[in-house]
Design a protein around this ligand. Structure first.
Ligand code: FMN
Length: 198
């Protein structure tokens, strides 16, 4: 199967562990990843993660399947619709990046790549992180959804009775693989099972 790369944009919302797990899972499928990371994402990562960004990138690069382009590199291949990619996810997506995408403001590589995904009708999955959300956030996300993107909030699957944050990250990253079309089903342990009636 021809595995075209998945673009992962990591923006400056809380939830660096989601970005970390998303890249790990996609690489574990031996699927190539091209990442672009905002300066705010690096700032958030420092406060939330034990492993440094540099160490994670080094480890991912060692797989031979991971490439990263600077956020300011608007001449990177993924800035063009002619470059073959499978799709894109923004994990986590800040409300700033959501606003830029909703208004077509392609002023950095992540925003441009998302704009390209929408115009090329490639899969685009947005994992937004803000709470509570104001009407600007909701309207921007609704606009992106109407353009065909999947909005995947990082909510726990309460019906699975999650015990830890890791459980929720596990659930959301599997949902992400499904939304991107990298897998066909969720693992059985993450599927909803109605209570058997007595
Ligand atoms: C520690 C920290 C946590 C943040 N968490 C969020 C968040 O959860 N959601 C959000 O929309 N913005 C959050 N922000 C604000 C964004 O980082 C800021 O709006 C930034 O300009 C977003 O830029 P980017 O989308 O290019 O990364 C946070 C900032 C910091 C420093």
């Amino acid at each position: 199967m021809d595995k075209k790369p998945v673009i992962i944009g990591i923006s400056g919302a809380s939830g660096s562990a989601l970005a970390h797990a998303a890249v790990e899972r996609i690489l574990a499928l031996e699927w190539p990843v091209i990442a672009t990371i905002s300066p705010a994402a690096r700032m958030v990562w420092r406060g939330e993660m034990a492993e440094s960004f540099g160490e994670a990138i080094e480890r991912w690069t060692d797989t031979g399947l991971f490439t990263t382009y600077p956020i300011g590199d608007l001449a990177a291949p993924i800035a063009s619709g002619t470059y073959p990619v499978h799709g894109m996810a923004i994990v986590p997506c800040s409300m700033g990046t959501a606003a830029a995408i909703a208004t077509g403001l392609s002023d950095n590589l992540m925003r441009r790549a998302a704009d390209v995904a929408l115009k090329e009708r490639n899969p685009l999955v947005i994992i937004p992180r803000e709470t509570p959300m104001n009407a600007i956030h909701l309207e921007n996300l609704a606009k992106i959804a109407r353009l065909g993107a999947t909005i995947l909030p990082p909510h726990p699957a309460f019906y699975l009775n999650p015990q830890t944050t890791a459980d929720t990250i596990d659930f959301i990253t599997h949902r992400l693989l499904l939304s991107l079309g990298l897998t066909a089903t969720l693992p059985a342990r993450l599927q909803y099972k109605p209570e058997e009636e007595n």
